[in-house]
Write a protein that binds this ligand. Structure first.
Ligand SMILES: *Cc1c(COP(=O)(O)O)cnc(C)c1O
Length: 355
């Protein structure tokens, strides 16, 4: 049991009444969680306070050198209460990111207990409408007020809650993606496997270019040969072959180990599909899409769960995947995973924390 102080907001916000227009990450609940760290005291002063601005010294290292990590999870409203999905995995991954970025790690029990304390105050911000959820954004920043480049000695950990809309209001919609063969997102030995803001900063230019050309996402290739598939946007990438096999790039240090990726691989194997993690070249995927061996492609991540892809643009060419509609494997994985998350299907893997 940790000592977590709660100060309630004097005035509560009005919750959105139209849940069909929530969007993503635009509205925040009444409260937030803060915990400070410094070398002498360790993690201390855990508190739930009214949502509001932070006060930071402008010399804070996060603002100059980007020492920042974050997580993304969701709280789902069910018939009996609320579900969290594989939340321990999020916090264990946050500690992996912290280690790579030279930041302080936190006991998983403190991450968990403090989140549950914040949710005990604000869980009713979880929207009701089908497919909606309360997005959870744990963040850690380096707050040493000095311009020297070294591991900081003080950190601020905070958690925001944001009611978010159904990703697919009108059913799963397949998108066209664009293979980026000049810019790279991450390199081996770098920070690609860590959930850190800099990876996103590095991806924004290519994302804008893709949007400008009419594509929904960027398909990233490896940073050495620009030949092997890494990720799509900020999702992991999966390919389905002839209705029976799922192939995804093996984790290599520059790919972020998605919890949805791992869940899809475990579910797919459980459903009887063959699953393969390997080094996968873009040439192989393009050839298999043309021959028709590749029948489905989709991204995986917490926000969308799965995002079907029906077209891949590489160099001067556009190649179709499947018949343009959502593939049967993609739909089945989406239905099963969201069924478990929303408490409508059994949870054979013990992924759910009920609150
Ligand atoms: C968060 C993230 C993912 C998806 O991870 P999930 O745990 O499935 O949400 C994939 N790629 C990148 C770069 C990410 O930041």
């Amino acid at each position: 049991m940790y000592d977590i102080k709660i100060t309630k907001a004097a005035q509560l916000k009005v919750k959105p009444t139209d849940e069909s227009n929530l969007g993503f990450g635009k509205i925040f609940s009444d409260h937030m969680l803060l915990i400070n760290y410094n070398e002498g005291q360790g993690w201390h002063d855990a508190r739930v306070v009214p949502y509001g601005n932070l006060s930071l010294d402008p010399a804070s290292s996060v603002l100059h050198y980007g020492q920042e990590i974050f997580e993304g999870a969701k709280c789902y409203r069910t018939n009996e209460g609320f579900n969290l999905f594989r939340i321990r995995d999020n916090f264990e991954r946050m500690n992996c990111s912290a280690e790579r970025m030279g930041m302080a790690q936190m006991p998983v029990e403190l991450y968990l207990e403090s989140l549950l304390t914040l949710l005990s105050v604000d869980k009713e911000w979880t929207p009701h409408k089908e497919g909606t959820s309360l997005y959870i954004r744990p963040t850690m920043i380096a707050v040493d007020a000095q311009l020297g480049v070294s591991a900081a000695q003080s950190y601020l950990y905070y958690v925001l809650l944001s009611p978010s809309g159904a990703y697919y209001a009108g059913g799963l919609a397949p998108v066209a993606i664009y293979v980026e063969d000049q810019l790279v997102r991450a390199v081996r030995g770098g920070v690609g496997f860590a959930k850190t803001g800099g990876n996103y900063a590095a991806s924004i230019l290519a994302g804008a270019k893709a949007k400008h050309e009419g594509y929904a996402q960027v398909l990233w290739l490896d940073g050495v040969e620009q030949r092997y598939i890494e990720e799509v946007g900020s999702m992991n990438m999966m390919f389905a072959y002839e209705n029976k096999k799922i192939v995804t790039p093996a984790l290599n240090g520059s790919i972020l180990p998605g919890i949805t990726r791992d869940s899809v691989l475990k579910l797919a194997a459980h459903m009887g599909y063959e699953v393969e993690e390997k080094r996968l070249s873009i040439d192989e995927v393009i050839a298999d899409a043309k021959s028709g061996k590749l029948t489905e492609a989709f991204g995986t991540g917490t926000a969308a769960v799965v995002s079907p892809v029906n077209k891949i643009a590489y160099k001067e060419e556009e190649v179709n995947v499947g018949d343009g509609n959502i593939g049967t494997i993609t739909q089945k994985l989406y239905d099963t995973l969201t069924g478990i998350q929303f408490g409508k299907l059994a949870d054979p893997f013990g992924w759910i924390t009920k609150i």
